[in-house]
Ligand binder design. Structure first.
Ligand SMILES: C[S@@+](CC[C@H](N)C(=O)[O-])C[C@H]1O[C@@H](n2cnc3c(N)ncnc32)[C@H](O)[C@@H]1O
Length: 279
């Protein structure tokens, strides 16, 4: 049977064409298969895999070699310091989305009397569940059009023990969610259809989670029209956008929600990725 060193080399090789962090990803994969920490693996380079672990590694490497993303192979991924189940029915949680969480939590902290939260397009539930877990008095409604995504989010809510403060709704945006909500967060699909076709992520992640229509803003535009009837006075809407959409987004808010105040927040790379719309 292979040693840890040989196994890490095999996984790294399979990941190299698809990942800029192949060595780290290989360690994460092997840590999951062996149920050891990455530190343990590095400290025991000559330890050998069991036959079962070896088979699992071979199968995982075959999936990675055809470009399947590591989180789908692992079946879990971390977001804001918590572990979430992910399946091909949901978007893989991205680190950029943590910027939106930070803004949402800062607002909830400044407004302790405002606890009605909605997460539109919840996917794996990372936003809804993180906000419920970090803010123990929040009541969160999470919507998605995808029944399969909502099933994954429900598993994650139970795992993080916040299901009692979460309501899941299968609906188009906020159509079946009456509100009013104090805080509405949404990481809706925002990639223009033509651009998406050229992206490798479109091979594995669901189009429903990525495709934002011709200009990428189709769903966001429709959500903005629902906001006056759903967002409480003095409430806040937080949206994730692509780095090149901030101008178009500001124009859209001015046109659809005249009088609303718009702020942009940068991600860790300094790109404007979160739009805050205050009523
Ligand atoms: C970009 S993913 C975001 C998932 C998760 N909130 C996150 O940040 O990782 C967008 C989600 O919106 C959902 N979605 C797409 N169109 C929708 C619609 N019209 N109404 C509700 N949800 C929708 C997709 O199924 C997907 O789960």
């Amino acid at each position: 049977m292979q040693t840890i060193t040989q196994s890490l080399a095999c996984a790294r090789e399979a990941l190299l064409p698809h990942s800029e962090t192949a060595a780290l990803d290989a360690q994460t994969l092997l840590a999951a298969i062996t149920r050891r920490s990455r530190a343990w693996l590095l400290a025991h380079p000559r330890a050998r895999l069991t036959p079962c672990q070896h088979r699992r590694l071979r199968r995982a490497c075959a999936r990675l070699a055809v470009g399947e993303p590591l989180p789908y192979v692992l079946g879990r991924w971390a977001f804001y310091g918590r572990d979430f189940v992910v399946t091909p029915a949901v978007l893989i949680p991205r680190p950029e989305t943590e910027t939106l969480v930070e803004q949402a939590l800062a607002w909830l902290q400044r407004h302790p009397e405002r606890r009605r939260v909605a997460d539109v397009g919840t996917g794996s539930g990372v936003l809804a569940i993180t906000l419920a877990a970090e803010c123990p008095t929040a009541q969160v409604t999470a919507t998605d059009r995808s029944v399969q995504a909502l099933a994954v989010a429900a598993v994650n809510a139970r795992y993080h023990r916040v299901e009692a403060r979460l309501a899941f709704l299968q609906t188009d945006l906020l159509t079946a969610a009456a509100g009013p909500f104090d805080l509405i967060v949404a990481n809706l699909p925002y990639i223009p259809t033509a651009a998406l076709k050229r992206l490798p992520i479109s091979r594995f992640e669901p189009a429903l989670a990525l495709d934002g229509g011709e200009d990428g803003l189709r769903l966001i535009r429709r959500l903005l029209t629902q906001i006056p009837a759903r967002l409480a006075r003095g409430g806040l809407l937080l949206l994730e956008i692509a780095a090149d959409q901030s101008q178009a987004m500001q124009a859209l808010v001015r046109a659809l929600l005249p009088g609303a105040k718009v702020h942009l927040f940068p991600d860790l790379a300094g790109r404007d990725r979160v739009v805050a719309v205050a009523f």
